[in-house]
Design a binder for this molecule. Structure first.
Ligand code: F6P
Length: 321
């Protein structure tokens, strides 16, 4: 193998740049040429390919976002569109492709492998941490740190006004950001898709908290359950006198300098992706499990079940009485 390509796809995540840097630097270290594909699969289809050298990835380790830009490419579900992507790879002599993204991006890589025999390696990059095969995805830790920073600030003002605050966090259909940031931020309630909850229990807890002299009530809500305005309406119907505000954190959770954990994870995964390509491996996803960098076949990886950490959730309840 002489030339490899790299692209980022789906929602961006802090640490993607660190992974790009690792792929480029490790690739060059091992004597490969590395090409960057702009805007994910869309750029592959439209032949937006650039040469990457050592200095192309200088000064990006600490930056959020992705220098290669990203896109969600629905068109890539069509075989004729994937054929164009293959032609671009052929044109640039790209024999191995590293795809940084989420499960939709890995499905694209899998099809490129199966239909066109392209060696593909997936690296999990999403703030949602919803990739079943890996304990952590690149970007998750940074997003959680952004959320707890927001919780800390909201708590200051909530305490001063003796208010309740709902903080809606991202995660798509998964509650990992809500769980980790909620526990680390000392939320009174965490509402997430993986665990049943009731509005009566939530309101009872707020009422009990007020009686015991709590000055604030932080409710972390995963977007996969409902929106913050909807939840606020439900609470106000039951507790009309409650002084309640809500904040939707939105895309600030996707930006910012990656944390140490995300940089280290991205560096390890990026370098491992290059090694796997050099070993002529294909259709693999790299993961971290039990603190080990491992890789699995894409099919197997995506059919794995990720145990929801119910113990952490129970702990958050115990600690917020
Ligand atoms: O998958 C990452 C994510 O940020 C989700 O948490 C969120 O639901 C979604 O992407 C938002 O997508 P967009 O950036 O297209 O609004």
């Amino acid at each position: 193998m002489k030339t490899i390509g790299i692209l980022t796809s789906g929602g961006d995540a802090p640490g993607m740049n660190a992974a790009i840097r690792a792929v480029v630097r490790a690739g060059i270290y091992y004597g490969l040429k590395v090409k960057g594909i702009m805007r994910g699969y869309a750029g592959l289809v439209e032949d937006e390919v650039i040469d990457l050298n050592l200095s192309s990835v200088g000064d990006i380790l600490q930056k959020g976002g992705t220098i290669l830009r990203t896109a969600r490419c629905e068109e890539f579900k069509k075989k004729e569109v994937r054929k164009k992507a293959y032609e671009t790879l052929q044109k640039h002599g790209i024999e191995g492709l590293v795809v940084i993204g989420g499960d939709g991006s890995f499905r694209g890589a899998q099809l490129l492998s199966e239909e066109w025999n392209v060696n593909t390696i997936g690296i999990p990059g999403t703030i949602d941490n919803d990739i079943p095969c890996t304990d952590y995805t690149i970007g998750f830790d940074t997003a959680c740190n952004t959320v707890i920073d927001a919780i800390n600030k909201i708590r200051d003002t909530a305490t001063s006004h003796e208010r309740a605050n709902i903080i809606e966090v991202m995660g798509r259909n998964a509650g990992y950001i809500a769980l980790y940031a909620g526990l680390a931020g000392g939320a009174e309630m965490i509402i997430l898709p993986e665990v049943e909850w009731s509005i009566d229990e939530l309101c009872d807890k707020i009422t009990y908290g007020i009686k015991r002299g709590k000055l604030h009530h932080i409710i972390v809500l995963a977007e996969g359950v409902m929106s913050a305005p909807e939840l606020a309406k439900m609470i106000k119907e039951r507790l009309p006198k409650l002084d309640l505000r809500y904040t939707i954190l939105g895309h600030i959770q996707r930006g910012g300098a990656p944390t140490v954990m995300d940089r280290v994870l991205a560096s390890q995964m990026g370098a491992r992706a290059v090694e796997l390509l050099l070993e002529n491996k294909t259709k693999r996803i790299i993961s971290i499990r039990n603190n080990q960098i491992v890789d699995d076949d894409i099919d197997e990886a995506l059919s794995m079940k990720k145990e929801f950490n119910r113990k952490l959730y129970e702990l958050s309840k115990i600690l917020s009485i």
